[in-house]
Design a protein around this ligand. Structure first.
Ligand code: MSP
Length: 517
């Protein structure tokens, strides 16, 4: 098992998108953050030095308009909402190491330093922008990317209304980067995932890139352009820079700078163009390393319907966590949909998985084993013995599990990781039924003890690898299994628990939920 965690001590920097402060956080935001959180927790468990960044995207026209609609200043508006987003992240167990707000001084300094570097490299020129802009997407669109729907011009990709914009603007020489980006993608096959993202982005770049407007003069809620404060920076240049701000930029002697380049940016699929095209181009143009990977998650619908402000169906993660429990909610979000695909959130499916996979498969297995140990072994962990062939049938897959989970999580295949884990949960259930430790009590007490010890080993491994997905419940499970706080990392699995460890009486880990109409 040691081979999988040989990288232990290595730095791992991962990020969520920074969320626009134009409304309350909803389950779509929670989805991306929970996935990133599982990855962060997994890497910590594997012994990496993790830097997990999340935060809020506070500038731009979209946020300025939302503040105006609320009748407050953008600063007051964003101060309030940023606190809501931060509070939400904390309440859903997001174990971030830094929460960045783009209105912070450190961020303004980083944006201006990056701008200056691009300008010094001859990558910026002053011109005039004339074209379509969608405030909702904070994106410029070409004539071929818009269409008319119900008498209104909208962006084809997102359906967001576009308006004709004409103003003086600084441009970034993105057109210089077409070939270098394609060469970069070619040399770094893991840079973009899933495959659909890689295909879409590559064909967008192959079609040829145009210079990008990177400043605006028609509003002021943004980072002023150095030397020309009539302009504020384009909100995406500002937003993307957050990732290096948090790594200490422009102070490249800061200890945090050792974390750059980021190992992975987790983003929604609608913002891959910004992360996979503009961002590496800005960085390479500034002489900085691009991130190693961008993983795009799909979109969640609610009971089959698109989440939208007008439908008012942007579910509040805290209400859901209240109803189902936070850990079952986290489990469901990563189990139901292969990460990277679009998927649906449905109450029925949550309840179905909670009852069958959590309460029945895992909860009952733990409860049966721990009750048998409490009843038949005086609540003490039976001694380790030489495994028989029957034991090997269980312990072989148990020992192989952490490396398989590591491989899946390192590819952001969270659903596959859970499927691997559940293969062992199901094996545990069929194995206990076959071994019948309750019947061995009278006929062969030694074998009963050995069987229970093998099952305990299986449960310990399961609870250990499941910690990133369900931190609270697995902490309780490890408590019940007698695994001390300091012995819960992947590398600790190599050290067996002491024979005779006292175990507390089992308490059910999951409650079943009645299905209501
Ligand atoms: N501010 C930009 C990102 C800047 S990153 C340098 C932004 N913000 S956002 O708040 O509109 O969306 C952020 C992310 O929330 C999306 O990329 C996506 O990951 C997540 N989601 C928002 N709604 C979602 C769903 N309905 N389903 C899944 N994820 C969704 O874009």
């Amino acid at each position: 098992m040691s081979e999988a965690w040989a990288d232990s001590g290595k730095r791992f920097f991962l990020t969520t998108p920074i969320y626009y402060l134009n409304g309350q956080p909803h389950i779509g935001h929670a989805y991306t953050s929970i996935a990133a959180d599982v990855l962060a927790r997994w890497k910590r468990l594997a012994g990496h030095k993790v830097f997990f960044l999340t935060g809020t995207d506070e500038h731009g026209q979209k946020v300025a308009q939302a503040a105006a609609a609320a009748g407050v200043s953008p600063q007051e508006f964003t101060d309030n909402l940023a606190a809501d987003f931060r509070g939400m992240a904390e309440k859903i167990g997001i174990s971030f190491d830094d929460f960045i707000r783009t209105t912070e001084g450190r961020h303004k300094a980083a944006c201006q330093a990056l701008w200056q570097r691009l300008a010094d490299a001859g990558q910026i020129y002053l011109g005039h922008y004339e074209g379509w802009y969608a405030v909702r997407d904070e994106a410029f669109y070409g004539e071929d990317e818009i269409e008319e729907r119900d008498g209104k011009k909208v962006a084809i990709a997102s359906g967001a209304p576009v308006e004709w914009t004409r103003e003086p603007s600084y441009f970034f020489r993105l057109s210089d980067w077409t070939d270098r980006l394609l060469a970069f993608y070619e040399a770094n096959p893991d840079f973009m995932a899933p495959a659909s993202t890689r295909r879409e982005v590559t064909s967008f770049v192959k079609a040829g890139l145009q210079d990008l407007s990177i400043s605006r003069t028609s509003f002021t809620w943004g980072v002023p352009v150095p030397g020309d404060p009539a302009h504020v920076m384009y909100v995406w240049l500002d937003a993307l820079t957050n990732y290096i701000t948090a790594a200490g930029y422009p102070d490249t002697s800061s200890p945090n700078w050792d974390f750059w380049p980021a190992n992975v940016h987790i983003v929604g699929k609608e913002i891959t163009r910004f992360h996979c095209v503009y961002w590496p181009a800005f960085l390479m143009a500034a002489g900085l390393e691009p991130p190693q990977r961008v993983f795009a998650n799909g979109w969640l619908t609610i009971e089959g319907q698109k989440m939208s402000k007008s439908l008012g169906n942007g579910l509040d993660p805290l209400v859901l966590a209240e109803e189902f429990g936070l850990d079952p909610l986290r489990y469901y979000l990563l189990r139901e949909v292969p990460f990277g695909n679009d998927g649906d959130f449905s109450r029925r499916a949550v309840i179905g998985r909670l009852n069958s996979e959590l309460a029945n498969d895992l909860g009952n297995l733990a409860n049966r084993v721990l009750s048998l140990i409490a009843k038949n072994c005086e609540g003490r962990l039976p001694a380790l013995t030489e495994p028989t062939e029957a034991d090997r049938a269980l312990l072989g897959p148990v020992e192989a599990l952490p490396a398989l989970v590591d491989d899946a999580i390192s590819r952001q295949a969270f659903g596959e990781a859970l499927e691997r884990i559940w293969t062992v949960v199901r094996l545990g259930n069929s194995w206990i039924d076959g071994q019948k430790p309750w019947a061995l009590r009278k006929t062969d007490a030694d074998r009963m003890a050995a069987v229970l010890r093998s099952l305990h080993t299986a449960l310990r491994t399961l609870a250990t690898v499941l910690q990133p997905f369900m931190p609270e419940t697995m902490a309780a499970m490890l408590d019940q299994l007698g695994v001390g706080q300091g012995a819960r990392a992947l590398s600790d699995l190599a050290t067996p628990l002491a024979d005779g460890t006292e175990l507390s009486a089992p308490v059910p880990l999951f409650r079943k939920i009645e299905e209501t109409a």
